[in-house]
Design a protein around this ligand. Structure first.
Ligand SMILES: Cc1cc2nc3c(=O)[nH]c(=O)nc-3n(C[C@H](O)[C@H](O)[C@H](O)COP(=O)(O)O)c2cc1C
Length: 327
């Protein structure tokens, strides 16, 4: 088996389009370095002309690429389709000297699937195989695929796993739902367990893992190599620390972390060119979707936070909530 840059039992911060840009990743790395990897959201491989190198560097983050530790802890994702400039794009990405390239085979978006990208490719295994071969030929580092268990149904699931393994994919990450399920129901952990038994490469489990207890149960049940978290990482960005240090979450800890995290993220958004105050507030709101859930009176705290027009107002409201929680 090829040497992969991932220790067993790693916790991986999942890619999230619109959220995990490098400004956000910087904050996560600074406050919660217990995450073993971070992920860039997908770079869409173009159909018309290959991207200039500068475009690729900007998407993945100029600061990230200049910082050896961040560069190494980051996973760089692409999303492609038949006929796109996959070879050229992967060759350009290789020039960046990155260690780990990931192919997005999970995106359920209608537009993406109409263009035969993302999870659509799970329904066309021959076309997918051609793409996998192109990427493998042009990228020498760790190559992972982030899949769902199928497009309309799970009939191809085991064939897809085998095909990926046979074509030199190093790691398979599984969001255990079909594309048509979108986010409905609960991700079925059995698929990940089955995948672990079926292939000889590391399998990373993903989908509906919300707490430290879930993480423990998931490792025990599926025997997967590592776990990737998206919405729970948004809800509890300090989750990897809780798990690794065996810390217990509490409302007091939660509200303290939230204030600290929002303050740091607000500062970081200042570095984004042309981002006016209202857009900075919008970015904060975009990462707040799940974060208040475990707090007493959470609906009221969330409402007041979302109605606040300035950062100072947001923080003031949160500090009032903190006083109530601590009293
Ligand atoms: C807002 C948002 C954006 C996402 N963007 C991406 C993306 O760019 N690439 C990707 O592979 N998955 C993306 N996903 C899927 C997640 O990485 C993950 O597979 C999915 O949310 C299931 O995991 P969870 O239950 O831990 O949230 C996104 C999910 C969310 C909620």
């Amino acid at each position: 088996m090829a040497k992969i840059p991932l220790s067993p039992y790693s916790l991986m911060f999942a890619p999230m389009e619109g959220i995990t840009d490098e400004y956000y990743r910087n904050v996560i790395h600074e406050l919660y370095p217990q995450w073993d990897t971070y992920s860039c959201d997908f770079l869409r491989v173009p159909n018309t002309n290959p991207y200039p190198q500068k475009h690729i560097e900007k998407h993945y983050g100029n600061q990230t690429l200049k910082n050896p530790l961040l560069k190494e802890k980051t996973i760089y994702q692409i999303l492609t389709s038949p006929g796109a400039y996959t070879a050229e794009t992967v060759q350009s990405i290789s020039l960046l000297g990155i260690k780990w390239l990931d192919l997005n085979l999970g995106c359920p978006s209608k537009t993406v699937c109409k263009n035969k990208g993302g999870s659509y490719l799970l329904s066309e295994i021959d076309e997918l195989e051609k793409i996998i071969k192109i990427i493998r030929e042009n990228f020498a580092g760790t190559f992972s695929c982030k899949i769902r268990v199928g497009y309309k149904d799970d009939q191809n699931f085991l064939n897809i796993l085998k095909m990926l393994e046979n074509n030199g994919v190093d790691i398979i990450k599984i969001h255990a739902r079909t594309r048509d399920q979108l986010y409905k129901g609960v991700a079925n952990w059995d698929y990940v367990k089955k995948a672990v038994q079926s292939v000889n490469i590391p399998v990373v489990g993903n989908g509906d893992i919300w707490s430290t207890q879930d993480i423990e149960r998931y490792f025990d049940y599926t025997n997967c190599h590592s776990i990737m978290l998206a919405r729970s990482a948004l809800k509890t960005p300090w989750l990897a620390r809780l798990y690794k240090n065996q810390e217990i979450d509490s409302p007091q800890l939660r509200i303290k972390e939230i204030i600290n995290y929002f303050t740091r993220f607000y500062q970081e958004t200042h570095k984004q060119q042309n981002l006016v105050e209202s857009s900075r507030i919008k970015r904060l709101k975009s990462v707040s979707r799940y974060i208040f859930e475990e707090l007493p009176n959470s609906a009221q705290i969330k409402k007041e936070f979302l109605l606040s027009k300035s950062f100072s107002e947001q923080i003031e409201r949160l500090q009032q909530a903190q006083q109530l929680i601590s009293s």
